[in-house]
Ligand binder design. Structure first.
Ligand SMILES: Nc1ncnc2c1ncn2[C@@H]1O[C@H](COP(=O)(O)OP(=O)(O)OP(=O)(O)O)[C@@H](O)[C@H]1O
Length: 315
């Protein structure tokens, strides 16, 4: 049986992986119609894990895979393409139908129709992919967010703060904060940067591939430099975190609670319990995490607004 939206001959070349439950869930008809017009074989996710499985199955024959959903769906699709070992031969397109859509925004995709224009006419760029133990991420990996706070974060807050919305919600919903006793070791990097170790109590550790953590939603990092942007939020007295302005100040340039590093790889060891990490919004619990970038390994269709190096990126 041909899957819904299939156009036969080109079906295996172009596969669209659609999460019908993402965002406000009213995008399905529009996407199925546009996908059909653009020659996509359409496969819908039915439960957690499907985006990865469908992408892994499609990648060996597909030239172009469109991930339709939010950051979690993009994450699943990228993990699936990686599991098939097809990162360098399959192009990823993103059709943003999630609530946050951080990654889509960073690569210059403005909406559903625009995404289809971009996948036909847009530039292709090869961007860095983050690896965290055996999983991949494109945007960010954040330790210290609770799974419950992550689930309860509103779309308005995500639209305002991006992934920092989860951090803010964790601060607001967790009564007494247990800080994370960590050892963070960053590898030697360019410009004479040497291996460095940081040991102490943190409340969050944030690693950005596509994203840096300055408090502004649009703080895109250079995604083609082979480096991860590491932000450690040191144990802060709770009183310093009250209110929106205080929260944004915490991540500001002159914050005394922030340690920043840029590195091609790092290891984070919790000296107590396992920590919950959010990889593009998908959870992972572990005591030891090894992170690295695979420089310029994911081919992505990008919009005109995408800038590989949004600023000189000096931290
Ligand atoms: N058919 C489905 N039913 C229920 N959950 C699903 C289904 N398909 C995928 N999922 C789950 O949806 C989540 C991904 O949602 P996604 O992140 O793409 O959208 P979102 O949360 O609305 O947007 P964003 O992450 O950008 O805020 C994953 O955790 C996945 O397990």
């Amino acid at each position: 049986m041909q899957p819904e939206g299939s156009t036969g001959a080109r079906a295996a070349d172009r596969v669209l992986i659609l999460n019908p439950e993402s965002g406000s869930q009213n995008h399905v008809d529009d996407v199925v119609e546009l996908g059909g017009e653009h020659g996509f074989d359409i496969r819908k996710t039915e439960e957690s894990g499907d985006a990865k499985r469908l992408a892994r199955d499609a990648a060996p024959t597909a030239d172009l895979i469109a991930a339709v959903g939010g950051d979690g769906t993009v994450n699943g699709v990228v993990n699936g393409i990686a599991a098939a070992d097809e990162l360098e031969t399959t192009t990823l397109a993103v059709v943003p139908t999630g609530t946050g859509n951080n990654f889509a925004t960073n690569i210059g995709i403005r909406g559903i129709e625009h995404a289809f224009t971009v996948l036909e006419e847009g530039r292709r760029r090869s961007i860095d992919v983050g690896a965290a133990n055996d999983r991949r991420f494109v945007n960010s990996c954040v330790g210290g967010i609770t799974a419950e706070a992550s689930r309860k974060t509103t779309s308005e807050s995500k639209a305002d703060l991006g992934v920092l919305a989860y951090v803010k919600n964790t601060l607001e919903t967790v009564g007494s904060f247990d800080s994370l006793p960590l050892r963070v070791e960053t590898a030697a990097g360019p410009n004479g940067r040497r291996t460095q170790a940081w040991t102490g109590n943190a409340i969050f550790v944030l690693i950005g591939n596509c994203r840096r953590f300055t408090g502004a939603r649009t703080a895109q990092a250079n995604v083609e430099d082979g480096l991860l942007e590491v932000t450690i939020v040191e144990d802060v007295p709770a009183v310093n975190l009250l209110g929106e302005a205080a929260f944004k100040r915490l991540f500001g340039g002159d914050s005394s609670y922030i340690v920043r590093r840029r590195t091609p790889s790092l290891a984070i060891e919790s000296t107590r319990d396992a920590i919950t990490y959010s990889l593009d919004g998908e959870m992972l619990e572990t005591q030891t995490l090894h992170l690295e970038t695979n420089p310029r390994t994911l081919r992505v269709a990008v919009g005109d607004g995408y800038e590989p190096d949004p600023d000189d990126g000096v931290l």
